[in-house]
Write a protein that binds this ligand. Structure first.
Ligand SMILES: [Zn+2]
Length: 194
């Protein structure tokens, strides 16, 4: 049984009722409860496993924390982009800002109703993106931007870091250095609404 717990890392997001360890190994601390010798998380939060002091605690992500659900509209910052997918750090669910973040994944097939060849034409690291959650697996949220209201809401020039401005229907341009870039933008791109 202890093997299962060794996979747990500090910083990992855990849900209420998730086993974190056993009392033979750890002292239960804040955000946990014990049942039949097993320590469980009491809240949605980040696990802190202190191997030195043998203490396990969970720090809530937000007060009355909630995780995204299928159908949630979320906002996040793009953290990495590969040709077929992008990773997004979700920091807002609906209108609620989170103190921590959840990880979202946007696959190239979920970007647009029409065929999109490369994720590099969709978003770049540090862009702010609005998306909808379509599924959840192992606390990774799969996202879609297949709607006019969804897509990049802020984008930054990959050359100089300036904020890109809408130019024409699908193009963006950097007012500082003049570079043109492609994104899958939301209809209210650059309007300051996230
Ligand atoms: Zn620029």
């Amino acid at each position: 049984m202890s093997l299962q717990f060794q996979k747990r890392n500090s910083g990992q997001i855990v849900l209420p009722g998730e086993p974190l360890g056993v009392i033979e190994e750890f002292v239960p601390d804040t955000g946990t409860y014990v049942k039949d010798g097993t320590i469980y998380s009491k809240v949605v939060g980040r696990a802190l496993i202190d191997f030195l002091n043998k203490r396990v605690s969970v720090f809530p992500l937000v007060h009355g924390a909630r995780a995204p659900k299928v159908g949630s509209i979320v906002v996040g910052q793009v953290s990495s982009v590969q040709s077929q997918m992008a990773t997004v750090r979700i920091f807002k669910i609906g209108k609620k800002l989170l103190s921590g973040f959840f990880t979202g994944v946007l696959h190239v097939s979920d970007v647009h109703l029409r065929f999109v060849e490369s994720m590099f034409d969709v978003c770049k690291p540090s862009d702010v993106l609005r998306a909808k959650v379509i599924s959840e697996k192992n606390r990774t949220y799969h996202l879609t931007t297949k709607d006019k209201s969804l897509g990049v809401v802020y984008a930054f020039c990959s050359h100089c870091g300036g904020m890109l401005q809408q130019r024409g229907r699908s193009g963006l341009q950097c007012p500082r250095c003049g570079k043109s870039e492609k994104r899958k933008t939301a209809i209210d791109y650059g309007k300051g609404i996230i």
